[in-house]
Design a protein around this ligand. Structure first.
Ligand code: RIB
Length: 300
């Protein structure tokens, strides 16, 4: 079984800063590093490193060809990636502060130039039962989901970065949601305040999407898994954070990759928690994603 990840590919410009720049302020950065990133690319790399037969679909410009080489090196098939002649590759300006937190400005570029013809071509490569992993950094998501549903694919949605477009998608087609509490609140159309009741939030998600498997990520508290048979909390592994960029993507890729390798849900959740904790200890998006051997050998 294959997993297709139809999503963004970005060039990440990561600036190490003392604090995030404020309105009207100009600050100097300690360093600038350029990494391969984009939620789609990161998740594809995590899927492949977790052992899944991973095919990435999406678009880049000529300036992003180096991303292809990095994906291939990680074991991702890149034949479904279109290289556009006159559009720039998407990019992200990332500030990374001393706590390891980040804030990001995105430029969509080629990620926002997906065509329906391209989607149809990708669908021709898929087979019933294959997985399709989506995030919210490309256009034509609704069309992709409709076609995927028609073709019997299992849809995984990480509705990140969240915006109003997500609620207009055919969310009833989603088999797996991986989302944080803020995204959950926005999907449910309610405010989630600090100190919220996670059991109650999980229950509300289940009621809204009764057929879906749900992974609610809770930052340092870990994550919660819910489906019609069970629900449990997966604690996070404690590490010293250097850069949280791509931690969520690592979790998503390792969780789905683990399931595809035949792990039980609890095992896949634990594997994903380990992999994302390791990713947090390193700078950068996709270069911070550990390989399976490292995840299995790492002692926390
Ligand atoms: O999730 C991290 C990613 O978000 C970064 O790699 C950046 O490109 C943005 O898409």
């Amino acid at each position: 079984m294959k997993v297709f990840c139809f999503g963004s590919l970005n060039i990440d410009y990561t600036y190490k800063v003392d604090h995030f720049v404020q309105k009207g302020e100009t600050i100097s950065s300690e360093s600038l590093q350029v990494f391969s990133g984009g939620k789609g690319l990161n998740q594809s790399i995590a899927l492949a490193k977790a052992g899944a037969d991973t095919w990435h679909a999406g678009s880049i410009g000529e300036d992003g060809r180096f991303l292809l080489a990095q994906m291939e090196e990680a074991g991702v098939h890149t034949q479904c990636i279109t290289v556009l002649e006159e559009t720039r590759t998407g990019n992200a300006i990332i500030q990374n502060d001393t706590e390891g937190d980040n804030c990001i400005i995105l430029y969509g570029g080629a990620n926002q130039a997906i065509t329906r013809e391209q989607v149809d071509e990708v669908m021709r490569q898929c087979q019933k039962g294959d997985f399709l992993v989506l995030q919210n950094e490309i256009n034509e998501l609704a069309y992709i989901m409709e076609q995927a549903h028609k073709n019997g694919l299992r849809i995984v949605l990480n509705p990140s970065p969240m915006n109003e477009k997500i609620r207009r998608l055919p969310l009833e087609y989603v088999d797996y949601f991986l989302l944080n509490e803020v995204e959950a609140g926005q999907i449910l159309g309610r405010e989630v305040k600090e100190g919220f009741d996670k059991e109650e939030l999980g229950k509300a998600l289940r009621e809204c999407f009764p057929k879906a498997m749900i992974v609610l990520t809770l930052g340092k508290e870990g994550s919660m898994y819910l489906d019609e048979k069970e629900s449990f909390l997966q604690p996070s592994y404690r590490v010293r954070a250097v850069d949280t960029t791509a931690a969520g993507d690592t979790f998503t890729g390792y969780f789905i990759g683990g399931l595809l390798r035949g792990l039980a849900v609890r095992e896949a959740m634990d594997l994903a928690a380990r992999a994302s904790a390791i990713a947090v200890t390193r700078l950068g998006a996709s270069p911070s994603i550990p390989c399976l051997k490292e995840v299995e050998a790492y002692s926390f």
